[in-house]
Design a protein around this ligand. Structure first.
Ligand code: SAH
Length: 346
């Protein structure tokens, strides 16, 4: 099986069958070999640097009803909030002073946040922080809306495809959402000029190895700048409350494969990974990840943005825990840097 890992590193691609074979054949020893190769590739492109992004969770309102997500509109127990422009700008200011040079505005698809409101806040951030990247992660919008945000100064957009197989997509989402639209959004974003992030959940209900192989082939085709993957974690107020969580082990393996397939990729060691394993983020970095996204949202709303159970929202996860995070990274031989952290190459 090492041969398939070597082939992926050398040729930057595998066939569907080869991905299925490799993923199914994984053992702890094979994973160690994969991570060693993934680190070598990562070091050649990004050295030991770890980029940080300040995550601002702008709204917990959502018009969608994704079956896995705690913010789904049917969840009457979800605590809803929406940040004001002033609150967002204050979060950016606090983040800038801490050394963040990327701000990520993420949220549910909140109908009360109009394009004009977003353009206004993007323009203000752009003007005040010329040296920073502005990232949006606000779900599916029209080409025109994406273009407006881009013209206002946004640089990057995160929109996970969630799963690259229609039948599987339909099991995770309500019927009004489709993989086709999701993909169209991703191609629109790329055409406009955004640095694009996609990604998928690992271990989501009914996911097969074949589904994961399709995720890899879709990403090989899309060639995004960033890919976020994290384990599925159940939320008690969703239809998937009783579904088992995804595993750290498989998430890390997929992460290593991604690094070999797309060497320049920005890969976050995600909050979900840090939630199901205390050392999840360090493990993610050691498997080839190079980005961490601490939470910059005002402290009082953090626990309300509950997309899954037990989401970490204090200590190391918060921006105040940055010093601790720096030490944790140093311990494993990596350093958090003050930089926009753009994708190298592509
Ligand atoms: N509304 C935005 C942001 C969604 S939250 C959008 O649609 O892009 C960001 C990511 O969290 C999602 O893309 C999804 O992959 C992940 N997520 C949501 N619920 C989850 C769960 N229960 N377990 C693990 N990850 C989850």
């Amino acid at each position: 099986m090492r041969k398939l890992i070597d082939k992926l590193e050398a040729e930057k691609k595998l066939s569907f069958e080869e991905f299925v074979t490799l993923i199914n054949a994984r053992t702890p020893e094979l994973a160690d070999y994969l991570f060693e190769r993934a680190r070598a590739v990562r070091h050649a492109v990004y050295g030991n640097d770890v980029y940080i992004r300040g995550l601002i969770e702008v709204s917990s309102y959502c018009k969608n009803d994704c079956l896995y997500c705690g913010l789904r509109r049917s969840n009457k127990n979800a605590q809803r909030y929406r940040l004001s422009e002033e609150q967002i700008l204050r979060s950016c200011e606090a983040g800038y002073n801490l050394g963040f040079r990327t701000f990520v505005m993420q949220g549910g698809e909140d109908l009360a946040i109009t394009d004009d409101m977003l353009v206004s806040v993007i323009e203000k951030i752009r003007k005040k922080y010329e040296d920073c990247a502005i990232t949006l992660s606000l779900g599916e919008k029209s080409y025109e809306s994406y273009k407006k945000f881009y013209d206002a100064g946004a640089n990057r957009y995160l929109l996970r495809h969630e799963t690259a197989v229609d039948e599987h997509y339909a099991k995770l989402h309500p019927s009004e959402l489709s993989l086709k639209t999701r993909k169209q959004c991703l191609y629109d974003l790329k055409n406009i000029g955004y640095q694009v992030g996609s990604g998928f959940m690992v271990g989501s209900p009914w996911q097969t190895t074949e589904n994961l192989a399709e995720d890899m082939l879709f990403l090989a085709d899309l060639k995004p700048h960033m890919v976020g993957i994290g384990p599925f974690i159940s939320h008690h107020d969703t239809p998937f409350a009783d579904k088992p969580n995804g595993s750290v082990e498989l998430t890390l393996f997929m992460l290593g494969l991604l690094r070999l397939m797309l060497p320049n990729l920005l890969i976050p060691a995600t909050t979900a990974l840090g939630t199901i394993s205390e050392s999840g983020r360090e493990k993610g970095i050691l498997a080839g990840a190079n980005v961490i996204m601490p939470n910059l949202s005002p402290a009082d709303v953090r626990k309300k943005y509950l997309i899954y159970d037990n989401k970490i929202n204090t200590g190391i996860e918060s921006a105040e825990g940055l010093e601790q995070l720096k030490k944790q990274m140093q311990k494993i031989g990596y350093q958090i840097v003050v930089a926009r952290g753009d994708c190298k190459g592509l």
